[in-house]
Design a binder for this molecule. Sequence first.
Ligand SMILES: Nc1ncnc2c1ncn2[C@@H]1O[C@H](COP(=O)(O)OP(=O)(O)OP(=O)(O)O)[C@@H](O)[C@H]1O
Ligand SMILES: [Mg+2]
Length: 443
Amino acid sequence: MTTWRIRDFHPSDLDGILHLWTAMTDSGIEPVYSLSEVLASCQKDVAVVALHGEDVVGAAVGRAAHEQGWIVFLATLPEWRSRGIGTALLAALENRMAPLGLTKLSALMPDTETRLEAFLSRGFKDVQNLRFFERQIPVQRTELEPLAQLGGRVLPRDLWDRVAGMKREKQLLERRLVLPLARAELADEFGVVPPRAVVLFGPPGTGKTTFAKAIASRLEWPFVEVFPSRLAGDAEGLAGALRRTFTEIAELEHAVVFLDEVEEIASHRAGDPPSPNQGVTNELLKIIPAFREQSGRLLVCATNFIRALDSAFLRHGRFDYVIPIGLPDAEARRSMWERFIPEAVLPDVDVEALVERTEGFSPADIEFAARSASQRALEKAVYAVGAEGAAAADGASPAPAGALGRRGPTTEDYLEAIGETKTTVSEEVAAAFLEDIEELARA
Ligand SMILES: Nc1ncnc2c1ncn2[C@@H]1O[C@H](COP(=O)(O)OP(=O)(O)OP(=O)(O)O)[C@@H](O)[C@H]1O
Ligand SMILES: [Mg+2]
């Protein structure tokens, strides 16, 4: 006589499911679906239980994903095995899921799973040579809302790789910042205190913002930029708004917090009567130590005018590193050109000539020159075809796509565009930057 019966899951069965789960993991089986997934499916998807009296001795839980159903849990208490309960549970589950219009029912089981009879007897095929991939999503949904309120976001994963050249800077940031933060436990074993705040300084357009974002992307931490200019209009005043913003940031699990043009709010405190900015600088000086006490976050400040910063601001203890981001050397410029020149024309372009001609150019300048070369080449190709090299008159109709004589910019287009690009960083600024490195850099 059967001493067990099957019925639909009731919320009061949750304890029983938990018991099954524990029995399963105790016997060395590591289930594919997490307990919280299984419990969620019990309540929202389809679940059946096997009962002995009122005790849950087995359960099967399934969920539909469009036309494919997945069995997220199948378990029987050890003392109730080999009595056909598993097979009966699967049959009942399939029956309950039938109205969902499934065309396939699948199950993922760990390799250590030994109870295969239930599946085989229900006609499941044991598919070989499959691999199972999974990845933890770093930012949880519950965090997305506070993050959005702060104007923060999760950046694409490949920003770090998209930073062309700048090998020295990249290596420094990778080793000093990313390594101890991404592998906090290992760093701890070695007695490395993880960095909490850094300053990036350098002339305009050298990639400070780009690096700050790339670090966030590399760490897979959300990126939150704090804009003092936007906070200035706040009813609490800039100092109050900054304090509030950092309190909100403290609620996040992880974050790279970016404060650009920091010299605007942390410049030398001087003057009598004190300038209104002094209160803001003082506030920031208080905020940073508090920020440093929390793990899982990094403050990145950027400035073009490191000398303008208050000396107390840069003191040891506030910032772990003060890192120069300078103009790209030849190798970095080469990587940038190779990045910006369309692949199809790259073999025909004299990259070395461009590298040579762009000494003193910032990445932003190179990007600008590359874009204008592309634009001018596109215009030439579209409007000059048929005019046999002569510039087409205004209003000439564009050539049909198939008739274009050339594809993409040439070395000449690039050299012309370079000739017309005004570099942002003057020699004086570049020289002053080298002095700043001597005096203030700390890496
Ligand atoms: N290493 C790089 N590889 C490719 N593009 C880069 C690189 N560094 C910077 N750029 C590009 O150059 C432009 C300027 O970079 P970014 O805004 O990061 O400079 P910045 O140092 O923050 O400038 P500013 O001081 O004006 O704020 C951006 O469009 C960026 O995409
Ligand atoms: Mg910037």
